[in-house]
Design a protein around this ligand. Structure first.
Ligand SMILES: NC(=O)c1ccc[n+]([C@@H]2O[C@H](COP(=O)([O-])OP(=O)(O)OC[C@H]3O[C@@H](n4cnc5c(N)ncnc54)[C@H](O)[C@@H]3O)[C@@H](O)[C@H]2O)c1
Length: 431
């Protein structure tokens, strides 16, 4: 066994034991749920290593004729409940540890909302803002070809994540289809509507964040109308979340993105901010709000805080300063386990990523089903089904948290890990 004296886990040799990164956070979360797994606990080690990890070189011609190489990953954490499912991230800081953790959180999330998928994730270490459109297309197509060995409509289905969108999904679908010689719309979700995408998919993650926010607010007696909301990240997830909360009468008092932080205690005009971001690429310089220094974002007086950017944003360094009554994790892994404890002690309700941002994968599931049957649903039908699944899953998790007197995160892990490990147990070990 590859055990390290300071660390209770068998760690893969390809990670730095002194800096496990987000994968270390996931391992701690699994430790917290283990006492609640009963007999299924015999399978828990399954969760502590990814099933399959693929690292690929992605070479492309730059427009100026030089050749550039990028590091790409696809990790399938667990496929006991069905094919792998999870987004693809393009970011200069992507690491293997990060993609492993994101894949693992997908396993938990998919089980928490009970869609028939395992968990997977992918990424390329590249800053897409530095590429031209043609270079971005070549990176996407080469990466898709390289991971084509392990993805497919019944094997592993990518989707958008940070810095990837419908455009990128269309290229991925086309590349995969060209390679296999037939159009396979079901290989990715989050596609353009005209290529087998689903109505409501683009907004689904933010809509899910809003729905669980409503459910939690009702339970703690917080009125959404008039509530103050601060949002970190104003891309797909943060942007839609802000729009829906504002439409419900909440005041969006602060928004932060990679380039700036804007603040207005009376409430930011979200449609105007959205137009500003569309034309300038960032919230920075928005004229109808005050600019704040980056770190002051965490001190903003608010009722609801929505991290919707990257992981490890709420740490022991700032968790004690957060003034919100509840944190709804739109991003994956934004809160470290130590920060989680601090927020718990301070009675800040944390709605964890693994349920809060599950709306995206839920509508991805609808998209995949629609692609297989070539029969498409109305937006109304999709939003209704999404709300039903999110509310049902949240209700179950809330009940488990009350029964076991645990946080919503541990409760979500209890529900999800039991489902995953029960499937493992039923399937048995091959051979
Ligand atoms: N897109 C989805 O359907 C989906 C589903 C589930 C979870 N998520 C998670 O939500 C988060 C955001 O994803 P997205 O799809 O909205 O990405 P996106 O690329 O559309 O937006 C990312 C946002 O984060 C901001 N950001 C980046 N670095 C930052 C920093 N250091 N500080 C503050 N802001 C920063 C960017 O400026 C941008 O506004 C990620 O954690 C992602 O994994 C996305």
């Amino acid at each position: 066994m590859n055990l390290h004296s300071d660390h209770p886990h068998a760690l893969p040799s390809y990670l730095d034991r002194n800096d496990l990164g987000p994968w270390g956070d996931f391992l701690q979360q699994v430790d917290r749920v283990t006492p609640y797994l009963g007999k299924l606990g015999r399978w828990v080690e399954t969760l502590k290593r990814p099933k399959r990890t693929l690292i690929v070189d992605v070479p492309i011609h730059l427009d100026d004729g030089r050749v550039a190489h990028y590091e790409g990953y696809r990790v399938q954490h667990n496929t006991s409940r069905g094919p792998g499912k999870g987004g693809v991230r393009f970011h200069q800081d992507v690491t293997l540890s990060e993609v492993m953790a994101l894949a693992a959180w997908m396993s938990i999330k998919n089980a928490a909302v009970n869609v028939p998928y395992g968990g997977a994730k992918g990424g390329i270490r590249v800053d897409p803002k530095e590429l031209t459109a043609a270079e971005l297309e070549r990176v996407t197509r080469r990466y898709t070809s390289e991971i084509g060995l392990i993805i497919g409509p019944t094997k592993d289905i990518p989707a958008p994540d940070v810095n990837t969108n419908e455009r990128v999904m269309a290229w991925m679908m086309d590349t995969y289809s060209m390679n296999i010689g037939e159009t396979a719309t079901g290989v990715v979700t989050g596609k353009p509507i005209d290529l087998g995408g689903s109505l409501g998919r683009r907004e689904a993650t933010g809509r899910g964040v809003f729905i669980v926010g409503q459910e939690a607010a009702r339970r703690i007696g917080l009125d959404i109308a008039g509530a103050r909301v601060a949002i970190q990240g104003f891309g797909n997830v943060g942007g839609v979340t802000g729009k829906l909360f504002a439409e419900a009468g909440a005041r969006i008092v602060a928004v932060q993105d990679h380039a700036g932080t804007v603040y207005h205690p009376g409430g930011i005009d979200i449609p105007a901010l959205t137009r500003h971001v569309a034309s300038t690429g960032s919230v920075a310089g928005f004229p109808h709000a005050e600019a704040l220094p980056t770190d002051q974002f965490w001190d903003v007086e608010c009722d609801i805080l929505v991290p919707a950017a990257l992981e490890r944003q709420i740490t022991e360094a700032n968790a004690g300063r957060i003034r919100a009554r509840m944190v709804i994790e739109g991003a994956n892994g934004p809160t470290t386990p130590l920060a989680d404890d601090i927020l718990n002690e301070r009675n800040v309700l944390v709605i964890p990523d693994v349920i809060a941002n599950a709306g995206g994968v839920t509508v991805s599931y609808f998209e995949w089903v629609q692609d297989f049957s070539s029969f498409f649903w109305s937006e109304e039908e999709i939003n209704e089904r999404l709300a039903k699944i999110m509310r049902g899953a949240f209700h179950t998790i809330w009940q488990v948290a009350e029964d076991h007197k645990v946080s919503l995160r541990t409760a979500t892990f209890i529900v999800a890990c039991q489902r995953i490990l029960h499937a493992r147990d039923l399937r048995g070990l091959y051979p």
